[in-house]
Design a protein around this ligand. Structure first.
Ligand SMILES: [Zn+2]
Length: 169
C-alpha cells in the first residue's frame, strides 16, 4: 500500500516536470531532453530531483534548477531539492525520438547518434547535418557555436538557409 502511494506521487511529480521547458530549447521539456534522471520522495514527503546537465558548464542548468523547484512548489510540493549528477554523462541519445521530431519542427537539426567508437572516431569525419527545412544533406558547418554552446550553425546549400544543429555528444 505504501509503495503504491509513493509511486502515484512520483508520477504526479513527473507530470509536473513534463511542463518544465528547457530555457534554451523551449519546445522540449527537461524530461524530453533527458536532463531529469530521477525523482525521489522520501517517507517524510520531501522531494529530490536528480538532474544531469546536457553539457558540463552549461549556464542553463541553474535556470533549469530554479524552474524545477518553482514548478513543483506551484503544484503543491514546496521545498524540493535538486541534485546534480555528472555520471553517467548526458548524451544526446537520451533525447527521445518524438523529442527529436519536435526539434526539427522547431527548425533545429536534431543530433545524430553520438559516436562512441574510439579508434574509428579519429579517422571518421563528422556526419553532415540534415537540413531541418528541406531534408537535404548538402549542408556545411559554419560555426561550432550557435546561439548556445550546445548548438552549431550550419548552412544548407540546397535551400540556401542557415540553421542550427544540436550537437551530438
Ligand atoms: Zn535546406
Amino acid at each position: 500500500m505504501v509503495a503504491q502511494a509513493v509511486r502515484a506521487t512520483r508520477e504526479a511529480l513527473l507530470s509536473v516536470l513534463d511542463r518544465v521547458m528547457d530555457p534554451e530549447v523551449p519546445v522540449l521539456s527537461v524530461r524530453e531532453l533527458g536532463i531529469v534522471r530521477d525523482v525521489e520522495v522520501d517517507p517524510t514527503g520531501s522531494v529530490t530531483v536528480t538532474v544531469t546537465p546536457t553539457y558540463s558548464g552549461c549556464p542553463a542548468i541553474r535556470v533549469i534548477e530554479q524552474d524545477i523547484v518553482a514548478a513543483l512548489e506551484q503544484a503543491g510540493y514546496p521545498g524540493a531539492r535538486v541534485r546534480t549528477t555528472y555520471a553517467p554523462a548526458w548524451t544526446t541519445d537520451w533525447i527521445a525520438p518524438e523529442a527529436k521530431a519536435k526539434l526539427k519542427a522547431y527548425g533545429i537539426a536534431p543530433p545524430g547518434r553520438a559516436e562512441s567508437g574510439e579508434l574509428v572516431q579519429l579517422f571518421r569525419r563528422r556526419a553532415t547535418a540534415q537540413c531541418p527545412y528541406c531534408d537535404s544533406y548538402e549542408t556545411e558547418l559554419r560555426s561550432e557555436f550557435g546561439s548556445t554552446a550546445c548548438k552549431s550553425v550550419c548552412w544548407c546549400r540546397a535551400c540556401r538557409q542557415p540553421f542550427e544543429e544540436f550537437k551530438a555528444i
